[in-house]
Design a protein around this ligand. Structure first.
Ligand SMILES: Cc1cc2nc3c(=O)[nH]c(=O)nc-3n(C[C@H](O)[C@H](O)[C@H](O)COP(=O)(O)OP(=O)(O)OC[C@H]3O[C@@H](n4cnc5c(N)ncnc54)[C@H](O)[C@@H]3O)c2cc1C
Ligand code: FES
Ligand code: FES
Length: 1375
């Protein structure tokens, strides 16, 4: 029945306020739905369903993935789709069924196969990403119970994991795909192709005790799609029986209006022209969360039929503006499969863009209209729509108008010609014609789920039967404030033949027309300009090929240029893991050396594992939000908290004078403040504006007088909820007097701004060495910093108790450091503070010391209010205030012989330490200890300078300076080889240490296995054949080049601060025989607890199921060292062994007396005989103590060795690269647990791959961090795994220096990713040779697409020269 306009007008905006939806089968009726609340907050805070995690709040990590199901009345089908709960507005869920990880299975009830398989295949380390990945897989299976691997890879485009390196997740889920169906995982003689990736045959007899299987698919419960949870029948009948009804929800600041018809929508828009239309909320959600936007009226038209309609017309396909991108993709794909190819050129171009558009969770909700109307200059679809000449239908209550999507549509940055009362109704995407060719391109830092640097679409129409251009549209995104058309160039090329002359004209014209200001936001100006030409060249080649296919006489595309026109389509990765299986026949239940699963993996996969922020809310708990500096270097003139204190829910503000103890803090030096103090005029006002206190202060450290970085913590606001606290924190007004900051290493060098001491390691005689050298070469390299990006950000919950006690739940690697610094802040002895750590969602060094910047503030607030206070940092805050890996700059002079043998090295390292010392000195020391990597250099000097800058203090990060130290070494090694024209592999091998040689710090290399690793890696990778194949490939291809590199690592194991090399353990045996084990290490996903239980199980001689670890806490094992330096298994393992041996000794008499008795019998007998069944274990590493003054004493207990060989392919035109293959051979001694160790190797390698090829932190020249979340900071994703990955643990390599002959493994493999960097450099060499450029060249890390492209100097780069540096202020600087 049609309602009249008058009806609609009166009704507009009146609607039901009843939100009905289901969560895990339970009906929920919400009358007070807050339009600004996300589904994630509702699940976690209101329903206590904490399995769904918060990793970023911006749709970029997938930790919050849930499945939504809706019955579609028009198709009469159930629609299941994965979404990001962090962006899904609660109010959008009317008549939707939500399934969370808790809804599909549990350890207690029954595991769902997707939960079980990720756990048993070792795909869950810290587990924080696991529920999201589980739900992505679950949603895929609900739609397609027999997926292909390609479907799985697509389903994971929106999920990130920082620990595993992704390989085991794919392996586990491969068993649910059609490709995984081989032998059913039962295993054949040579292992199963499900576990070794390709079923490769083993090739030698002596390898028979090698295992390639880390899990057994026979253990998996079968997957039966018929057993899935059903869609709630009540919801089905509610949906079917529903007469359309409009909805209205009113919150504090916003009203949500969901119209039920187009008429009502148009009237509401007419009534509220300022209203924000929301469909997928993937853009608006970001604006509200991160850009402080408030939209008082929200219009939600997602379910209006006309906006979802798809109509096939004579000219093309018309999509309603609310059609999701996933739906659009499906429709276009069907059209491509059914229509004649010439009609679908535009559709194919759109599909190509959609392939790399966000992740599936976003595409499932984001609307095509949302993409157009956001009017983003880097939209991926708008260039195609514009180049294709799509038509848009705009509408208001008085009627519709149709406009062509051209450059007139976008009127400015994020502006269009839409009038305030208008809405976008639909878009018509045209069919292409027989003589028309269309292509689309997207270049982004990471291929998967990333926004564009430059995006382009090109559309040419030829006069029939000719190669003469009739019409041409070249559209670019990322080159101006809007999507643009290069009209001048197009006009010039009309009427021209498609040939070399046209190409030249096009390039010079584009270089002139599509320009960028050198200061343009986003930076990379030269690269972006070059891309406009390179992409046109790709289009040119593609069209040439298509014209030839139509029998036109056009220039032939040389076979060497064909690969330039190929589109990148990923290959499913395959992998092999090889380790030495422990012989059968050990004691029953002894699992040492076996690949047992991480003990928490199943709980992690079901969402039952409790992380810090999952601890249920205390009744009187409050939430804290930080107030931080927006200036890098400034005096604080005043702080005005008036507005903040009067905001809803706010309880109080916390500033420096609320600290009862000492404000001076820091892990090594007390050179930081907990909360900044301002000496000049610290003025706090009350609500009436009256000044409460002025506090000229005297402090001994000059750095206390001012803020010294953006993100410096100044104060905090405590409120009843997170939202209220965060809103109020933004309302605290701070006045600064800005001072000149020092931001970059180069600025620090100019200003001589260094922390002391400047460390030196020197051996031999440099002068003699350089005299002896046939050649001397100088060079330099910058290595960018790295954000830890643990999926779980920093969290602290502080609970005040009696007698000044404070109990803290902290996500920290260093419980004792947190305890001591909190006690110092509160002015109480350490015995009043208990810090408890159950588990962390990743740490990687980032939670070693910097957690205290948060936990001290939270403890001060809890102490002030005598109420529990919690804070989990948002991702952007975490990135801002906690620092990361130190950026390094290395400068070297190297002397070498004609043979390539290096005889002298003088190297200086400069690290960007930031605004406090933190661990920077130790990090630099480790860099110096690794300055020669694995090469013997007789005469050497290394110096390390710590730059004091106005950046957030940098800190520990897996490898701890070692990777930076070794990276510079590999750079001079590459330079030496290049300058001699020798193969880098030969020069490296020539310089490798041999057994018994000593390092520059005079440590003799014993039990040296690096040469074995090297040789095995050469063999397993087929190095020589590969080299030949690559050389051939490079001769045959002009615009894509391949590169190969083999790189060793030698990583020193021990804390360089000797006193930290100690550990304690506490073991209780209870009278029922169960064992409670506690040790000083923390569990952050690396499997430490699992290994410790394996150790205890071996020593006690009992099955590991009898042993339990509950948590790490300062009241069980005191004075613990941080879980860091890769040494935690060594140290804590030995302490556990010590405690268990004491207990074994105590039980010995009872065992002797009753040899046939059971463990329980002996325990009981001992108990009744009043034997102490609790023991404390302790261990300290012997013979350590290096002295920098005398260059003597042992720095390390031993070394972990490894070698990696990688092959890559670069696209010289775009700078993109593919990781084709990596072979790793790693000596981890006798592995305690091969699954965990291989997990560390792969995870560490992938983190290194991020460090050296992908991850870039951008800072403005004023020190503002510009990359503060997964949207702008890219860690490796599923698609970045090398297509072929082989990891082999070196066999027969026992280590007599650590527990049960094992070796440390956490940090060493990270550096092996340098093999990818140097393979890229090798490929660039081949590209440069094409332009006649030879010899060493500088390539800084990471080898980003921009750096690769710029280094491949050619005819296109020459047309886009860089601007003179002194003539402009760049958008970002290299820090
Ligand atoms: C993690 C992530 C990854 C992303 N990746 C990409 C990417 O790879 N490429 C890319 O181009 N974009 C990307 N985006 C941006 C975004 O997802 C897209 O622009 C998306 O299409 C927006 O659709 P939506 O329905 O979610 O928009 P919403 O957030 O709901 O709305 C966006 C804007 O469009 C307006 N609007 C929506 N519908 C209408 C209508 N019918 N009439 C008038 N105005 C309307 C709204 O008022 C609002 O201003 C990404 C976003 C996220 C969060
Ligand atoms: S928390 Fe939702 S995607 Fe990261
Ligand atoms: S296991 Fe994936 S983030 Fe830790």
């Amino acid at each position: 029945m049609n309602r009249t306009m008058a009806d609609t007008e009166t009704r507009a905006g009146a609607g039901s306020d009843q939100l009905i939806f289901f969560v895990n089968g339970k009906k929920i009726v919400e009358r007070n739905a807050d339009p600004e609340m996300t589904l994630l907050t509702y699940l976690r805070r209101k329903l206590g369903l904490t399995g769904t995690k918060l990793g970023c709040a911006e749709g970029g990590c997938g930790a919050c993935t849930v499945m939504l199901s809706r019955y579609q009345t028009h198709t009469q089908k159930l629609h299941h789709y994965a979404v990001n709960a962090c962006l899904a507005p609660l109010c959008s869920l009317h008549l939707v069924a939500v399934t969370t990880v808790e809804g599909i299975g549990s350890v207690a009830r029954k595991l769902h196969p997707v939960q079980e398989r990720i756990a048993r295949s070792h795909g869950s380390q810290c587990g924080f990403c696991t529920p999201g990945i589980v739900m992505s897989m679950y949603a895929l299976l609900r739609n397609n119970p027999t997926p292909k691997m390609a479907d799985v890879e697509q389903a994971f485009q929106g999920n990130l994991c920082r620990c595993t390196g992704y390989r085991p997740i794919l392996e586990g889920y491969k068993t649910l795909t059609v490709e995984g169906g081989c032998c059913g995982g039962r295993g054949r003689e040579n292992g199963c192709c499900m576990t070794n990736g390709n079923g490769e045959e083993k090739n030698s007899e002596e390898e028979t005790d090698e295992s390639t299987s880390l899990f057994n698919t026979a253990d998996f419960a079968p997957y039966d799609p018929t057993q899935e949870v059903i869609f709630p029948p009540e919801l089905m009948s509610l949906t079917k029986g529903q007469r359309s009804a409009s909805l209205r929800f009113k919150g504090d600041r916003a009203t949500w209006l969901q119209p039920d018809s187009l008429d009502e929508f148009l009237h509401l828009k007419w009534k509220h022209p300022e209203a924000r239309v929301v469909v997928g909320n993937t853009e608006v959600g970001i604006e509200v969360k991160f850009k402080n936007m408030v939209y008082p009226v929200i219009l939600a038209p997602a379910f209006i039929p006309e906006l979802n309609a798809v109509t096939h017309t004579e000219d093309g396909v018309v999509f309603g503006a609310a059609c999701t991108l996933s739906h659009m993709g499906e429709v276009l794909q069907r059209a491509v499969e059914t229509l004649p190819p010439h009609q679908t050129e535009v559709f194919l171009a759109i599909l190509e863009q959609l392939r790399w558009f966000a992740g599936l969770q976003i595409r499932n909700v984001a609307a095509v209209g949302g993409n157009i109307m956001t009017a983003s200059p880097i939209s991926d679809l708008n260039p195609v729509f514009m180049a294709a000449g799509c038509k848009l239908t705009l509408m208001d209550k008085d009627g519709a108008r149709v406009v062509q999507m051209d450059d007139g549509f976008f009127t400015g940055y994020r502006k269009t010609i839409l009038r305030p009362q208008e809405i976008l109704l639909s878009i018509e995407i045209p069919y292409s014609q027989k003589t028309q060719f269309v292509s689309a391109f997207k270049q982004s830092p990471r291929r998967e789920d990333d926004i564009s640097i430059v995006t382009a679409a090109m559309n040419v129409t030829f006069a029939p039967g000719t190669d003469v251009v009739e019409d041409l549209r070249l559209s670019y995104g990322g080159m101006a404030a809007t999507t643009i058309l290069a009209k001048k160039t197009a006009n010039r090329l009309r009427g021209r033949h498609w040939g070399e002359e046209l190409l030249q004209e096009a390039c010079s014209s584009l270089a002139e027309e599509v320009t960028l200001d050198p200061s343009a936001p986003g930076g990379m100006v030269m690269y972006r300009r070059t891309l406009t030409l390179s992409l046109f060249y790709k289009f040119y080649l593609t069209v040439l090929q298509k014209l030839r296919k139509q029998d036109m006489t056009v220039e032939e595309v040389g076979s060497d240029c064909l690969s330039a026109a190929e589109l990148f389509h990923p290959e499913t990765p395959s992998s092999v893991q090889i380790y030495q299986a422990v012989p059968e026949g050990g004691a029953q239940g002894d699992v040492l050396g076996r690949p047992i699963m991480h003990l928490s993996a199943l709980k992690q996969a079901t969402g039952e594992a409790v992380y810090c922020d999952d601890v249920p809310l205390y009744e009187n708990e409050l939430y804290l939000a930080l107030v931080t500096s927006s200036k890098a270097h400034a005096h604080i003139l005043s702080i005005d908290a008036t507005e903040a204190e009067s905001m809803p829910g706010v309880v109080c503000c916390v500033f420096a004078d609320d600290i009862p103890g000492s404000n001076a803090t820091g892990p090594v030096e007390y050179d930081e403040t907990i909360l900044a103090t301002g000496q000049v005029c610290f003025c706090l006002s009350d609500r009436s504006g009256k000044t409460l206190r002025f506090m000229p202060r005297f402090t001994i450290f000059p750095s206390f007088l001012q803020v010294t970085c953006v993100g410096h913590i100044i104060g905090a606001v405590v409120a009843n909820t997170q939202l209220h606290a965060q809103r109020a924190a933004k309302a605290v007004r701070i006045q600064y007097e800005e001072l000149q900051p020092v931001i970059t290493i180069q600025e620090a060098i100019s200003a001589q701004s260094f922390y002391q001491p400047i460390r030196t390691i020197q051996r031999g005689d440099l002068e003699v060495g350089f005299k002896q050298a046939d050649h001397i070469l100088e060079g330099e390299m910058h290595i960018g910093g790295q954000e830890h990006f643990y999926l779980e950000t920093n969290v602290t919950l502080a609970v005040p108790r009696e007698d000044g006690e404070m109990e803290l739940f902290v996500s920290t690697q260093s419980a004792s450091k947190s305890q001591v610094l909190v006690a110092k802040a509160l002015g109480v002895p350490a015995n009043r503070v208990v810090v408890r750590v159950k588990r962390m969602g990743g740490g990687f060094g980032g939670k070693e010391t910097r957690t205290t910047v948060l936990s001290t503030v939270v403890a001060v607030a809890a102490n002030k209010l005598k109420r529990p206070v919690r804070c989990m940092l948002d991702r952007d805050e975490d990135m801002l205030v906690t620092g990361g890996r130190h950026p390094f700059y290395g400068k070297y002079k190297v002397g070498f012989l004609n043979s390539g043998k290096v005889v002298a090295l003088d190297v200086s390292y400069y690290s960007n330490a930031g605004n406090s010392m933190d661990l920077s000195l130790s990090v630099m020391e480790r860099a110096l200890f690794h300055m020669e990597n694995s090469y013997s250099v007789a005469n050497v000097r290394g110096r390390g300078f710590l730059c004091r800058t106005n950046l957030t203090s940098n800190t520990a990060f897996r490898g701890f300076g070692g990777p930076q130290g070794m990276m510079v070494a590999e750079n001079w090694m590459t330079d030496v080889a290049q300058s001699l024209g020798k193969c880098a592999e030969e020069v490296r091998r020539l310089n490798l240490y041999v057994q018994g040689e000593s390092t520059p710090y005079n440590q003799v290399l014993e039990q040296f296995t690096l040469d074995r690793c090297w040789d095995e890696c050469l063999t397993r990778s087929g190095y020589q054949q590969r080299r030949a194949d690559i050389d051939l490939y490079n001769r045959q291809n002009r615009w894509t080049k391949r590169g190969l590199a083999i790189v060793p690592t030698k990583f020193g194991i021990s804390f360089t601060a000797v006193f930290l090399n100690q550990a304690g353990a506490l073991v209780h045996i209870y009278t029922d025989g169960s064992v409670l084990l506690t040790h000083g290490g923390t569990e952050m996903g690396q499997g430490l607890h699992t290994k410790m239980v394996q150790v205890a199980s071996r020593v006690l001689g009992i099955p590991f199921s009898k042993i339990h670890i509950s948590e790490t806490s300062t009241n069980t094992v005191p004075n613990t060292s941080p879980t860091a330096a890769s040494a935690s298994s060594d140290l804590n393992g030995a302490a556990v062994q010590n405690a268990c041996e004491i207990l074994v000794k105590r039980l010995e008499p009872y065992k002797t007396k009753n040899p046939k008795g059971s463990w329980e019998d002996w325990v009981k007998a001992a108990y009744f005989n009043r034997v102490n069944l609790s023991a404390n274990g302790f261990y300290k590493t012997p013979d350590l103590g290096y002295d920098f003054e005398t260059n003597s004493g042992r720095a390390f207990n031993y070394f972990t060795y490894g070698v990696a060989c990688s092959e890559v392919e670069i696209d010289c035109l775009t700078g993109a690269h593919k990781n084709l293959s990596t072979t790793i051979v790693m000596d981890v001694g006798h592995s305690l647990n091969p699954a965990i160790d291989i997990g560390q190797v792969e995870g560490g390698f992938m983190q290194g791959l991020g460090l050296f090829t992908l991850e870039e932190l951008h800072y403005s020249p004023r020190g503002v961090l510009l990359t503060r979340g997964p949207g702008s900071y890219k860690i490796p994703a599923f698609g970045d795994i090398p297509t072929k990955l082989t990891v082999s643990l070196l066999r027969d390599a026992p280590n007599d220096k650590a527990i049960f002959a094992s070796k440390a493994v956490g940090e060493p493999p990270l550096f092996l990713a340098a093999s990818i960097f140097y393979a890229i450099k090798d490929a660039i060499v081949a590209a440069r040779l094409e332009s006649g450029i030879n010899g060493p060249f500088r390539l800084d890390s990471p080898a980003s697409a921009e750096r690769i492209r710029n280094a491949c100097s050619d005819r296109f780069t020459k047309l886009c020269p860089p601007a003179e540096p002194s003539t402009f202020i760049p958008w970002s600087v290299q820090v």
